[in-house]
Structures are given as structure tokens and as C-alpha cells.
Write a protein that binds this ligand. Structure first.
Ligand code: ATP
Ligand code: MG
Length: 464
């Protein structure tokens, strides 16, 4: 069988794009009852009950494999939770389901063909769960002591000569003496005493599993995952599950391989991500993947592609999207837009709802998101304050909700962080109404900002 490069566990997978998801970290799912009804607020989702129930139906359709060839189109004003809904759908489809967000305008890159960008996004949204049995050292870290030695190369500096790591399981403990490179890997993974980790014996790759639940706190909302103390010996054979996407496999196999010399390392740095991934290579990767699946080593996990601002795509992309939807290994496709009727890009006279051609619209289930009232905004702001660890003084929530009602949900949420900086500067650990007031003096919301420029045309003589 042909060998295919699987990126090593320590290589950053396609989750490098996760930063765009962080503002939604309070969203854990759609928050529906088993009957599919939306709780007034559940799983971090407040209100928006119709849209959530509709998305719940889509999740059921996807799970029963009745959604292929179709797409979900979310329409609604900015900040009404379209991105949050898409993310919640991917959560509902299962843990470790790839979520690949992109913005319509991303296709207009000068380096890659428009259709390639779409094809790549679709590949990144198909996960592959690979199971391998490996020799590992696993346990809760009880000790992490780097041993220093004089650096033989510089007279004064010290280097880490080795690191002593204590690992504990239910059955026993073991002290390991490890290479400094492993210590670096541990620093990168931000491993501290009390974390449960495993180290692959052959490669020295370190993986943080989570925090030992002996250290668990009682907060409901926390990003930390707590895991029980591992059973069995510290040194053992363990079935490791590695999640990669077809996009990762394409990229890893497109990169020039082998060679540890500096030129090839530099080459792969510069070209990484943008080396040709040809249709031929994709077919080859597919063949190997199919082999793995047939042998029971790997399992395909279809994920979600989310294309925000879908009206930014042009007619060429739309026809290609139709074709991608029909392909046998297509992920779930969610589109979002805040446009009403608009000209389809790339045409001069085709006006269509949401700027999406009718042949694609025909394949879509359309779900509308509603605007929020003050009470709902207040609830979400409180959720975000909890997630970000910010304390709110009396009246602050009401004030922010008011701001949100005038502006948008997003505006209210985004006031939180700068306000916390102002309160920090004033030496307080809690946001007060005055901070919000000061914010309004320092910054403008969009409507006020537009009013400021007024009808005299703008800063640059009317060309705004
Ligand atoms: N019903 C809700 N419950 C909890 N949080 C919400 C809800 N709706 C929106 N949010 C939060 O509000 C913020 C803005 O929402 P989101 O980014 O999903 O809006 P959007 O409709 O995608 O806007 P845009 O059109 O500008 O992309 C996010 O942080 C999101 O998590
Ligand atoms: Mg959005």
C-alpha cells in the first residue's frame, strides 16, 4: 500500500483557524429538549427559539443522512447569531466534528483560483479519525523540574540538561528523566503540575489530555476539560485517536518531503499551505483514506463548512458550489448573509434574493434570525462576562443592554473588554457604569459616528 503522510500529533492541525470562533466560546449547542423544542436559554443560547428549532431539524436531517445535496441558509441582521447558530449545529453533530468557517470574499485571493479556495474549505471540513496503538507514558504530572547545567558554549548562560517529570496513575507513580526537547514541547503545551498528559515513547511527542479532576472547580462555565486520573501503569500501550482533516492530509502530502537540511526546512516553511494541491493529489489521498477506512483503522467524520457573507461569492463560485454539494463526500454546508435582494456578483442584471442564484436557493433551507430585545441582550452580555472572567458592578448590565438595543448584540458584547481595561486602569477589579460612560466619550458607536460626519460628505470631500 502506498504511504501517505499523516501530520504528526504535534503539528498544528487545521484548528489554527479557531481564533475566529473564540467570541462564541459560550455557545455549547442549540439547547433543545429531546423533543426538539428550544429552551428559553440553553447551552449558552438565549432566545432565537424559532431559528434554533429549525436548526435542530437540520441536525436531525444530517444525522439521518437526508440532507445531502442541500444547504442551510441563515439570513438576518448583523449580530443576530448566525455564526453562533452554525457553530452550535456543528457542536450538535458531535464532538470533534470539524468546523471550517470562511468568508465569501476569501475566494478572491490573487494566489489561488476562486474555486480552489472553496474546494480546500470543503476538504478541511471532512475529518478523519485515525486509531493507532502506541507505546506511551501517561499520568497526572506530579513533578516538573528542569535540571540546569552550565552552557558549554557560552560562559555565563545556563541550559536545561534534562527534565524530571513525575507521572501518577491510579496504579502507581513513575519518575522520568527526559530530554530538554521534550521539556520545550511541554512548555509549548503549557503543561503544569496537575495536568494529565501522555508522552509518546518513540517520538517524544507530548499531549495534554486535560486537567486532573482532583483540581476541578465548581464553575459551570469554563474552558478547561477535567479528566479522571488514568488507570493502569504509567508505561503502557494505548490506543491513540488522532483527528485530522482531508485538508491536512492534502497539505502534508503536497509539501516536499524528507530531508532535514536547512534548505528543505526553509522551503517547507515558506511554501507551507500554498503548495499546489492538485485534483490528482486529492484523488490519491482519497484512495489511501478509503484503504484505511476499509481496514477499520480510520473513520470519516463529515463536518461543517460555514460560508459567511455568501453574497460575496460570484456566479462562477455558485455553480461550483452546486457541484461540490453533489459530491459524494460533501460536508454539511451552512451559508449566511445579511443582504436582501441583491445583484448576483459576476452578472450585470441577475437580481436574486440574498444575491444567491435561484438554482442554489432551491437547494437551501432558509432560516431567519430575529433581533433581540433588551432582556435577551443582558443575558448574553452576562454570559460573556462570566466566560471572560469580568465582574460587573450595579447597573452595568442594564446599561450595556441599552447600548446593545441601540446598536447591536455584538456592540454590547464588545464594549466589555475595553471597559474592563478602563476599570483596570482605575485600579478596580469590577466594571462600573462610569466605565461605560467613559467608553462612550472615547469611542463612537456606528450610528453616532455616521451622524458626526453628517451630510457634508465626509472627511475626504465627499468620496466616502
Ligand atoms: N441567541 C444568542 N445567545 C447567545 N449568544 C449570542 C446569541 N446571538 C448572538 N450571540 C453572540 O453575539 C455575538 C454576535 O453574534 P454572531 O457573530 O453570531 O452574529 P452574526 O449574525 O453572525 O453577525 P454578522 O452578520 O455580523 O456576521 C457572538 O459573540 C455570539 O456568540
Ligand atoms: Mg457572523
Amino acid at each position: 500500500m502506498k504511504t501517505t503522510t499523516v501530520p504528526s500529533t504535534s503539528a498544528p492541525p487545521s484548528t489554527a483557524r479557531s481564533s475566529r470562533v473564540a467570541p462564541h466560546s459560550h455557545i455549547k449547542g442549540l439547547g433543545l429538549t429531546p423533543e426538539g423544542l428550544a429552551l428559553p436559554d440553553g447551552a449558552g443560547f438565549v432566545g432565537q427559539t424559532n431559528a434554533r428549532e429549525a436548526c435542530g431539524v437540520v441536525v436531525e436531517l444530517v444525522k439521518s443522512r437526508k440532507f445531502s445535496g442541500r444547504a442551510l441558509l441563515l439570513v438576518g441582521a448583523p449580530g443576530t447569531g448566525k455564526t453562533a447558530l452554525a457553530l452550535a449545529v456543528s457542536h450538535e453533530l458531535g464532538v470533534k466534528v470539524p468546523f471550517c468557517p470562511m468568508v465569501g470574499s476569501e475566494v478572491y485571493s490573487t494566489e489561488v483560483k476562486k474555486t480552489e479556495v472553496l474546494a480546500e474549505a470543503f476538504r478541511r471540513a471532512i475529518g478523519l479519525r485515525i486509531k493507532e496503538t502506541k507505546e506511551v507514558y501517561e499520568g497526572e504530572v506530579t513533578e516538573l523540574t528542569p535540571a540546569e547545567a552550565e552552557n558549554p558554549l557560552s560562559g555565563y548562560g545556563k541550559t536545561v540538561s534534562h527534565v524530571i517529570v513525575g507521572l501518577k496513575t491510579v496504579k502507581g507513580t513513575k519518575q522520568l528523566r527526559l530530554d530538554p526537547t521534550i521539556y520545550e514541547a511541554m512548555l509549548k503545551e503549557k503543561i503544569v503540575v496537575g495536568d494529565v498528559i501522555y508522552i509518546e515513547a518513540n517520538t517524544g511527542a507530548v499531549k495534554r489530555v486535560g486537567r486532573s479532576d482532583a483540581y476541578a472547580s465548581s464553575y459551570d462555565l469554563e474552558s478547561e476539560t477535567y479528566v479522571p486520573l488514568p488507570k493502569g501503569d504509567v508505561h503502557k500501550r494505548k490506543e491513540l485517536v488522532q483527528d485530522v482533516t482531508l485538508g491536512d492530509l492534502d497539505a502534508a502530502n503536497a509539501r516536499p518531503q524528507g530531508g532535514q537540511d536547512i534548505m528543505s526546512v526553509m522551503g517547507s516553511l515558506i511554501k507551507s499551505g500554498r503548495t499546489e494541491v492538485t485534483e490528482k493529489l486529492r484523488k490519491e489521498v482519497n484512495k489511501v483514506v478509503k484503504g484505511y477506512v476499509d481496514q477499520g483503522v480510520a473513520e470519516v467524520v463529515p463536518g461543517v463548512v460555514f460560508i459567511d457573507e455568501v453574497h460575496m461569492l460570484d456566479i462562477e463560485c455558485f455553480t461550483y458550489l452546486n457541484a461540490l454539494l453533489e459530491s459524494p463526500m460533501a460536508p454539511t454546508v451552512i451559508l449566511a448573509t445579511n443582504r436582501g435582494n441583491a445583484i448576483v456578483r459576476g452578472t450585470t442584471d441577475v437580481v436574486s434574493p440574498h444575491g444567491v442564484p435561484v438554482d442554489l436557493l432551491d437547494r437551501c433551507l432558509i432560516v431567519k434570525t430575529d433581533t433581540y430585545n433588551r432582556e435577551q441582550i443582558a443575558k448574553v452580555v452576562q454570559l460573556r462576562a462570566n466566560v471572560e472572567g469580568l465582574k460587573l458592578g450595579p447597573g452595568v448590565l442594564e446599561r450595556l443592554a441599552e447600548e446593545g438595543e441601540r446598536g447591536s448584540m455584538r456592540y454590547a458584547i464588545q464594549l466589555l473588554t475595553p471597559a474592563s481595561i478602563l476599570s483596570g486602569l482605575a485600579g478596580r477589579n469590577q466594571i462600573e457604569v462610569d466605565d461605560i460612560g467613559e467608553m462612550n466619550e472615547l469611542f463612537l458607536d456606528a450610528k453616532a459616528s455616521a451622524r458626526n460626519i453628517g451630510s457634508d460628505g465626509g472627511f475626504d470631500g465627499g468620496r466616502m
